[in-house]
Every structure is written in structure tokens, then in C-alpha cells.
Design a protein. Structure first.
Length: 345
């Protein structure tokens, strides 16, 4: 990818087609090293004007330096040790911290810079787009005061300002909403599988288009789900699941807090089909898990995962179900083990 193309994209000078191409390139994990390099070069010598409210980068750096100083002070070094050794450690620690903070700064800038022209609305209305990579989560505040939490691997679009009779956003992935009440301007969440219409409420949507599965869970208020001129009304404590491949719709009572537990760092499964549970775990840990047998999809999994490492979570699953996990062997020392096969015992 050319440096100038990425820079023009961040400055809002790219066409809609070019923007989609660059976004697709940046989302590809194989391009992460080159992407980081280009973004780092742009950040180092850039005069890009940030769009919208500017992030407080100085505060971010101050917090970083404060944390470095705290870590430095927390180490009790005997007087007999060399001062040069401590100074060397501090320099290395600072460099590591600087490397770690760069993606945070660039990512924050990306959230505020990116603009995609929305051809379905008035030409002067611009739309912001956020993509959370697998293994990451984020929270944003919309112009109307609505709060949105985005789970990993989610694509979310919203206008800089809501206009007209409706407040419309788009999501491909999982998001938890606490919608600012406004009966005169319904809040609409568009998804290729189903549309959600509310006025003011708390609800969770799990709608990754690639999974061919849509799930909406209501915690508070009232929700209307619309599909092909038909609607389903959700009341608090209810959940709707829609399988696009079988066209099957299920509406049932659940513990709604389980569906949004991910915003607090938990994954809760209760008699969930293993195929869907594994997809969630794969995104959670940013790995690829391949089922060797389609029959495994129909196994049911119950469990709560919070602070476990990947190996621990897979071990717990293999103890609960007649399955085992096989890691793809590394072909190079620099390869990262990201592909795992799940097979029957």
C-alpha cells in the first residue's frame, strides 16, 4: 500500500471506492506490520487536521509517563547494584512503552479522522466508521448522548450529527446500546439481517453477517425488530435469534445480563450451540478455530469465561465435552500460533 494513498484517506481526500479498498487492506492482519509502519510515519511528520473533537493526546502521554515513573519507583533495587543497570532498564522500559502507546494514539486519531461519504443521505452529512479488531473492544458516545459498546471484530457507522426524523446507525458485529430517550426521533440500528427500532432503551445486538446469525436481547425499554415487512416486539428479558440459513426465528425468555456480560470482560454460555460459542471464543482470543466435523456444531456448551488464558479455556471445554484441540504446527520460528483444530475425542 502506498504512503500517499493512506495519507489521503486519513485526510478525507480519497474517493468512496478508494476508502473501502484502504479500509479492507488495513483490516487484514497480514498487512498489520506495514500498516503500523505507514501510520507511524504519517503520525511522526503529519499535519493532518483531525475531524471532530480532538483527542487529548498530551493527557495520554502524561498518563504514560506517570505510569513509567510509578513502575520505576515500585522497584526496590539494592544499593550494591549498578546505577547504570537501572538506567538501562528505564531506557528499555521507556522504549517499550513508547512502542505500545503509538498504536493507541494512531487508533484514537483514526477514530476521529476517518470519514466516509454516505450516499444514502444528504451530501454534506458525513459518516464516521469504527472497526474494532479481533481481541479488542471499545466504547463511544454518539452525538445524541447514546452510549455504545463495540465488541471485537465489529464494524460500526454513525453520522457526525443526527438529522431528520430518525437516528440511524449501522452495525455488523456485536454492540450493546444505552439509547438516549427521544420519542420523536426513533433510534434505528441497521443490519443486513434485521433492523432494530427503539426510542430509548438498553439492548444488545449480536449480528455478524459472516456468521449468518442475528441475536437481539432486551434489558430495558421496548424494541421492535423488522424483517421483510414483518416485525417482532421484544419486552425486557426477552431474546430473539434468527438463523439466515434456515430462516428460523426463535423468541425466548433469558437472563439478559448474560448477553451483555462481554462489556465487563465475561463470556457466558448457557446451552449454546458449540459452533456459535467457538466463533465467539475465536474472536475473543483473536485466533482461528476450525471444527473438523460438522456434528460438533450441535454440541451444547454451558460455562463462564473471564480471566482464563486461551489454553485454559480450551482445556475446560475439552473436559466438559468429548472434544480436543490440536494446534497447527509452526513452520517458522517467527510464526504465531493462530490456527487451532477442534476434533472429536
Amino acid at each position: 500500500m502506498e504512503f500517499d494513498r493512506v495519507k489521503n484517506f486519513l485526510e478525507g481526500k480519497a474517493t468512496e471506492i478508494e476508502s473501502e479498498q484502504i479500509l479492507s487492506w488495513m483490516k487484514d492482519q497480514q498487512n498489520e506490520e506495514e500498516s503500523r509502519k505507514i501510520l507511524g510515519e504519517i503520525w511522526t511528520g503529519s499535519d493532518i487536521r483531525l475531524l471532530g473533537t480532538k483527542p487529548d493526546f498530551n493527557h495520554m502521554l502524561d498518563e504514560l509517563h506517570h505510569q513509567i515513573n510509578r513502575n520505576q519507583a515500585s522497584y526496590s533495587i539494592p544499593e550494591t547494584q549498578s546505577i547504570h543497570r537501572m538506567a538501562g532498564f528505564y531506557r528499555v522500559f521507556s522504549r517499550v512503552a513508547a512502542v505500545l502507546i503509538l498504536p493507541v494514539i494512531v487508533l484514537s486519531a483514526y477514530f476521529y479522522i476517518i470519514q466516509v461519504k454516505n450516499t444514502a443521505q444528504l451530501a454534506h452529512i458525513s459518516t464516521r466508521e469504527i472497526y474494532t479488531k479481533p481481541g479488542t473492544r471499545t466504547k463511544i458516545d454518539l452525538p445524541d448522548g447514546t452510549q455504545v459498546w463495540l465488541n471485537d471484530g465489529t464494524n460500526f457507522r454513525y453520522p457526525e450529527q443526527f438529522t431528520g426524523n430518525q437516528r440511524e446507525v449501522f452495525v455488523d458485529g456485536e454492540a450493546y446500546f444505552e439509547v438516549k430517550s427521544d420519542a420523536g426521533h426513533p433510534f434505528v440500528v441497521n443490519n443486513l439481517m434485521m433492523k432494530t427500532v427503539v426510542t430509548g432503551t438498553h439492548f444488545n445486538i449480536n449480528g455478524y453477517v459472516a456468521d449468518h446469525f442475528f441475536e437481539a436481547t432486551l434489558l430495558k425499554g421496548k424494541v421492535s425488530l423488522e424483517k421483510d415487512n414483518q416485525s417482532i416486539i421484544l419486552n425486557p428479558g426477552e431474546q430473539v435469534q434468527y438463523d439466515t440459513e434456515t430462516q428460523k426465528v426463535i423468541q425466548k425468555n433469558v437472563h439478559p445480563e448474560d448477553a451483555m456480560a462481554w462489556i465487563n470482560g465475561k463470556l457466558i454460555f448457557k446451552d449454546e450451540k458449540l459452533g456459535m460459542a467457538i466463533r465467539k471464543l475465536a474472536r475473543w482470543y483473536n485466533v482461528e478455530i476450525i471444527l473438523s466435523d460438522q456434528e460438533l456444531n450441535n454440541y451444547l456448551l454451558t460455562g463462564t469465561f473471564q480471566d482464563e488464558k486461551l489454553d485454559q479455556s480450551l482445556t475446560l471445554i475439552s473436559l466438559a465435552l468429548p472434544v480436543k484441540f490440536v494446534y497447527k504446527k509452526k513452520t517458522k520460528l517467527t510464526d504465531i500460533q493462530r490456527i487451532i483444530y477442534m476434533v472429536k475425542k
